[in-house]
Every structure is written in structure tokens, then in C-alpha cells.
Design a protein around this ligand. Structure first.
Ligand code: MUC
Ligand code: MG
Length: 379
């Protein structure tokens, strides 16, 4: 890559189409950190660093992501000169611990530049290159009300947009949560796959009961029911139940992937570029899963268009993707910041085909929704 001359970050707050009720937070808007990097020839790359519910999901927040990039990562990248994206990120990793979401945002923008310079989509730069153009895409039912969730499921099924539903549970008692899942399962019948995400809110005994009951009502997958550090419980639960346990919060890159796969702690991995520290480490997570016979799913941090496109490029390059993806973040916000929206049809997301990420920004919307905007918003 050509030397990098400019790295800018800004926080953009995008209202959601409805409250998104998760076990640890209720979201009314999504805060994304948008990264723009320009090389010495003026080629611009875009990246996005996004987490969920302030600091309720993980250690990084929009504000710390921005600070980590501005204060620590950007000066290192600028000092790297003309090196490959991989070499630049290796150099960053020598001096910056953790900060996976911040690193992912920067790596994404560097890959966007690299793809633009080479005239190929980012998916061609990951692993052995792109193996698919379309991705099955789940929708999360998380309005907080069973009836409203069923109406929403019917609407997106009719639109042929989603036939995989992830239900956010963990706030109520196990039996109440299972009753909610059973009602949705009954309503959609065999038209859709129904899965749950507990976001670490159960202990092992609750999960034992929950997995048994969920299996009985026809739920297909249980995501991160117990605390991310409780690998021993994940191993016992995976060995005991037929319904697969999927690791999410427990997976922070290749080392975690290896430890979980080696111990038998999960039968499916939710691969997230943000949690993994970028597309390249996320690809290694997927490769470890593949070697261990662990199923793959393309996870999201509810990124808007830039991060969703980046995740789509990773998923397009992953060796297998048996469980599909949940790359719907750009549909959860009232207005995305892309000039051309991402395309969803026939229950799938089209992976952009243009060079780099294959996307461009709607600059007016960025100006309107940026947190540091000086003129007041009129709506
Ligand atoms: C998570 O924990 O997976 C993904 C979809 C969604 O609704 O929330 C996220 C977070
Ligand atoms: Mg999850």
C-alpha cells in the first residue's frame, strides 16, 4: 500500500426504526465510528467501528474507539510508510493491546484502499478470495413484545427479506422466554429458522433447562447463553444437548477460536470482524472453525452500511457458511449513510461487486447525523 497521509474519525448517531431490546440494553439509536483514510495519492478508504449499547456489550465504546484510533493507531499507521495492510496491522498490534473494534475499523479502511488500488473487491483480498456473491441473512426480532415480533416476522417473510429469525432473550425467566420463543415458532411454522441469543444472561443451570425446553419447541440454535469466560460450562452444555450452542462474546480472535474449538465449547461460531480485530483475523477464526468441524455464522455488531459491507466481504470469502449471516444492521437504522443502499432480496444480501468495499457515502446524511454537528437538527 502507498503511505497513508490522513486518518479522520467521527461519531455518527443513527436512530433505529424501533427500540431494539437486548438483555443488556435497549437501543434507540446506533452510534458508529466512521473512519476515513487517505493515501498519499488521494485514494480514500472507509471503515466503521461499532459496538452495541454504549459499554454494555463489551469494553469498547464509540468514544474509546475514536480515541484509540486518533491517539494511538493513526500515528502508527502514518509512520508505517508503504507496507501491506497485514504489515501495518502487525505493527499496530505490537503497540496497541486489545481495542479490536478500533483496529477493525482501521483495517477495513486500509483494505478498502487496497481493493480500490488493485481494482478488486475486498473479498478477493481475504483468504483465497471470494467464494460466494449472496449471503443468507437473519433478522433479529427484539421489539420487546411477542405480538409485535410476530407481525414483524410476517412482514419480512412476505417481503422475502428474511426467513431466519434470531430472538433476543435473557431478561425474563427461562420459562417466560421459552414461551415467547414457542409463540413465534408456532406463528412462522416451517417457513423460517428460529434461533435465540441470550447475551450471557443465564448461568449453567438456567441454560441446561433453557436448552432442553428450547429444543422441545423447535428452536435451532442457542447463542452465548453463559458468561464468555465460562468455557467449562460451554463444554458441558455442548456435550449434553442436541441443540447447538454458538459462541459469540467468547470469541475475540484466533486464540479464543482455537481454545474453544479444542475444548469443544461450541458447535457454531458467530464470526464478527469487529470482535476479531479485523477481517484478516476473522478469516483465521473461520479457518480454525473449519479445521475443527465447527459450523460458521456471519455475526454483526449492528453496524451500519460500511461495517455491514465489510462483514459481507469477509463472509463472501469464508470457506463455509452453513448457518448464514445476520448482516441486517443497515436495515435497523431509519436512514443508512450509504449513497446506494445495500441490496437485500430473496432472503439474501448481495455482496457488493465494485472495487474495495464497493460502497460510497451519502455525505449529506453523514453531515446531518454526525455527533459534532454544529447547526441544530430540525427533525
Ligand atoms: C449479538 O449479541 O449478537 C446481533 C444481532 C442483534 O440483534 O444484536 C447483535 C448482538
Ligand atoms: Mg450475540
Amino acid at each position: 500500500m502507498t503511505a497513508i497521509s490522513e486518518i479522520d474519525t467521527l461519531i455518527v448517531d443513527l436512530p433505529t426504526i424501533r427500540p431494539h431490546v437486548l438483555a443488556m440494553a435497549t437501543m434507540h439509536s446506533q452510534a458508529i465510528v466512521l473512519v476515513r483514510i487517505r493515501d498519499a495519492d488521494g485514494v480514500e478508504g472507509l471503515g466503521e467501528g461499532t459496538t452495541i449499547g454504549g459499554m454494555s456489550y463489551c469494553e469498547e465504546s464509540p468514544e474509546t474507539i475514536k480515541l484509540a484510533i486518533d491517539q494511538y493507531i493513526a500515528p502508527i499507521i502514518k509512520a508505517c510508510g508503504s507496507v501491506s495492510v497485514q504489515q501495518a496491522m502487525r505493527t499496530v498490534n505490537l503497540s496497541v493491546a486489545g481495542c479490536h473494534i478500533a483496529k477493525c475499523a482501521v483495517e477495513t479502511a486500509l483494505l478498502d484502499i487496497a481493493g480500490k488500488r488493485l481494482g478488486v473487491p475486498v473479498s478477493e483480498l481475504i483468504g483465497g478470495g471470494r467464494v460466494r456473491d449472496r449471503l443468507a441473512v437473519a433478522w433479529t426480532l427484539a421489539s420487546g413484545e411477542t405480538g409485535r415480533d410476530i407481525e414483524e416476522a410476517e412482514r419480512v417473510l412476505d417481503l422475502r427479506r428474511h426467513n431466519i429469525f434470531k430472538l433476543k432473550i435473557g431478561k425474563r425467566s427461562v420459562r417466560d422466554d421459552v414461551a415467547h420463543v414457542a409463540a413465534i415458532r408456532r406463528a412462522v411454522g416451517d417457513r423460517a429458522s428460529v434461533r435465540v441469543d441470550v447475551n450471557q444472561h443465564w448461568d449453567e443451570a438456567q441454560t441446561d433447562l433453557g436448552m432442553k425446553l428450547l429444543e422441545d419447541v423447535g428452536c435451532d440454535l442457542v447463542e452465548q447463553p453463559v458468561a464468555k469466560g465460562n468455557l467449562a460450562a460451554m463444554v458441558r452444555l455442548s456435550a449434553k444437548h442436541v441443540i447447538p450452542l454458538m459462541a459469540d462474546e467468547a470469541l475475540h480472535g484466533p486464540a479464543d477460536a482455537f481454545a474453544i474449538a479444542a475444548a469443544g465449547g461450541a458447535r457454531v461460531f458467530a464470526v464478527k470482524i469487529a470482535q476479531s480485530g479485523g477481517l484478516m483475523p476473522a478469516y483465521h477464526v473461520a479457518a480454525i472453525a473449519e479445521a475443527a468441524g465447527v459450523g460458521l455464522y456471519g455475526g454483526t455488531m449492528l453496524e451500519a452500511g460500511v461495517g455491514t459491507a465489510a462483514s459481507a466481504h469477509l463472509c463472501a470469502s469464508m470457506p463455509s457458511l452453513a448457518w448464514g449471516t445476520e448482516l441486517f444492521g443497515s436495515l435497523l437504522v431509519k436512514e443508512d449513510i450509504l449513497a446506494e443502499p445495500l441490496r437485500y432480496s430473496d432472503f439474501q444480501l448481495e455482496v457488493p461487486k465494485g472495487p474495495g468495499l464497493g460502497i460510497a457515502l451519502d455525505e449529506d446524511r453523514v453531515a446531518f447525523y454526525r455527533r459534532d454537528r454544529v447547526t441544530p437538527r430540525l427533525h
